[in-house]
Design a protein around this ligand. Structure first.
Ligand SMILES: O=C(O)[C@H](CS(=O)(=O)O)OP(=O)(O)O
Length: 244
């Protein structure tokens, strides 16, 4: 009798601060920061960036900047003084980006990427590359942890919804299973939000924070799914475009 194939596991971790609790059980991590780091990173690759080096501190970004790298730094939604750009996906479009190695530090997203990349294979997920990430994970199934970047260690809605969207498709593929509460919760949130992410997230803390900084256009862009097929992957200290 043919041996039944095992199903792979998918689980959601709601904050990088909880990563240690989950990491033993998974081989691949999808780092998600819809507002706005992972959206900006996908956008940079869509516009021809060669590499993105995610660094956790402004001091590290400054070292690269002083060496002549294009470096972006953002804290609490604002561009850090001394840098020309921060976290807006609109800064990562156009000719200036083509062929460049960029350096980026952000409040939540680059921190989550670096925490996971210290021990795991990391790919970058956002709503803008949602279907590409789903297709990759279905094609190359593995035990996968969806890591929400959250906000300063706390839960956030938009990353959890994105994780729910990925989870639903993976479970429907028949190749994955999950009976974890975090996964079920993200699925519930996604099912509520899917008809109108923008409306659903109206009251969210992150959206409110960015709206107060007049970043409504950024929010709309970040919440518009499937604008690229690019999947950035962490390799030797930098994110590069995955060759499929
Ligand atoms: O600029 C962003 O989108 C956020 C800043 S904050 O957390 O809303 O203050 O940073 P990110 O690392 O992209 O979550």
């Amino acid at each position: 009798m043919a041996e039944e194939k095992r199903k792979f596991r998918v689980e959601v971790c709601f904050s990088p601060d909880e990563f240690d609790l989950y990491k033993q059980e998974y081989s691949v991590v999808v780092a998600i920061d819809v507002l706005r780091a992972t959206t900006a990173i996908c956008t940079a690759f869509e516009h021809g960036a060669e590499k993105v080096i995610p660094v956790s501190t402004v001091a590290e970004a400054l070292v690269y900047k002083n060496k002549g790298y294009m470096a972006g730094a953002e804290r609490n939604g604002k561009i850090v003084e001394g840098f020309e750009f921060g976290n807006s996906p609109f800064s990562y479009m156009g000719e200036a980006i083509k062929g460049k190695t960029l350096v980026l530090t952000t409040t939540n997203g680059t921190r989550a990427i670096n925490i996971a990349a210290a021990t795991h294979k990391v790919i970058i997920g956002a709503l803008v590359n949602l279907d590409a990430v789903i297709a990759y994970l279905i094609d190359q199934p593995d035990d996968v942890l969806l890591l929400a970047s959250g906000w300063q260690g706390k839960f956030n809605l938009e990353d959890s919804i994105c994780a729910g969207a990925i989870t639903e498709a993976l479970l429907e593929s028949g190749k994955y299973m999950s009976d974890e509460d975090s996964t079920i919760a993200s699925l519930f949130l996604f099912k509520e939000a899917r008809v109108n992410y923008f409306g659903f997230l109206k009251a969210s803390s992150h959206r409110r924070r960015l709206r107060n900084l007049n970043l409504n256009e950024d929010i709309k862009y970040c919440l518009t799914p499937n604008q690229t097929r690019v999947i950035p992957v962490y390799k030797d200290g930098a994110l590069v475009k995955m060759e499929l």
